[in-house]
Design a protein around this ligand. Structure first.
Ligand code: GNR
Ligand code: NI
Length: 186
């Protein structure tokens, strides 16, 4: 109905100014190596983390890395949004161990919207990082959680999930994405 902006004439929501815009491939900033967070970056990181979470939830996604929102720092957030999982902020994350056991699962990426492919990675991973308070932590993850951590840390190194595919599949996905972005200019 004309003028029926949302359920029961609720006021139109204001745009959320904390949302950051997500870069879409191929963008050079998605291929750059992010630099480590250092002491002087505390305020930048404190301001960035809530915006990364808000942007990830709005997307919606289960992870988001700073380079995807044009910030070249080694920062990412992950929230699988399942029953027994908690949101996690990762500053300067490092993979300290990977399992020999591999797992294949379908991945997507907010920087390659609408594109999905089966990616094979180690099924378990151990990651060392600083949390939002700057406390050094280590986590062990498996399954989807492990895939997501590897996917986010890849972003910090300029790597996208399609880089784990054959050149044929990678190019097919990148061409399809380019075509879809052309059809739907924003
Ligand atoms: O939302 C996302 N889903 C996902 C599924 C399987 C493996 C990794 C991911 S991460 C992705 C969000 C994203 O692009 N993070 O960088
Ligand atoms: Ni991604």
């Amino acid at each position: 109905m004309m003028g029926m902006s949302s359920a029961l004439l609720a006021p139109r929501e204001a745009p959320d100014s904390s949302l950051l815009s997500i870069l879409i491939a191929p963008h050079a900033q998605l291929r750059a190596r992010a630099r480590p967070v250092r002491e002087g970056d505390g305020e930048t990181v404190r301001a960035l983390l809530p915006r990364l979470f808000a942007t990830m939830y709005q997307a919606p996604g289960i992870g988001l890395a700073a380079p995807q929102v044009s910030v070249g720092l080694r920062v990412a957030v992950v929230d699988l949004q399942l029953d027994d999982t908690a949101p996690i902020a990762l500053v300067n994350p490092e993979i300290v161990a990977l399992s020999d056991e591999l797992a294949t699962r379908e991945e997507g990426c907010l920087s390659l919207p609408g594109q999905y492919a089966d990616v094979t990675r180690p099924n378990r991973v151990r990651v060392r990082y600083l949390d939002a308070a700057g406390v050094r932590r280590e986590i062990e993850a498996e399954g989807l959680f492990a895939a997501c951590l590897q996917h986010e840390i890849d972003h910090l190194d300029g790597v996208l999930f399609v880089d784990h595919l054959s050149a044929l599949k990678r190019n097919m996905i990148l061409r399809r994405l380019a075509k879809e972005q052309r059809q739907k200019p924003k």
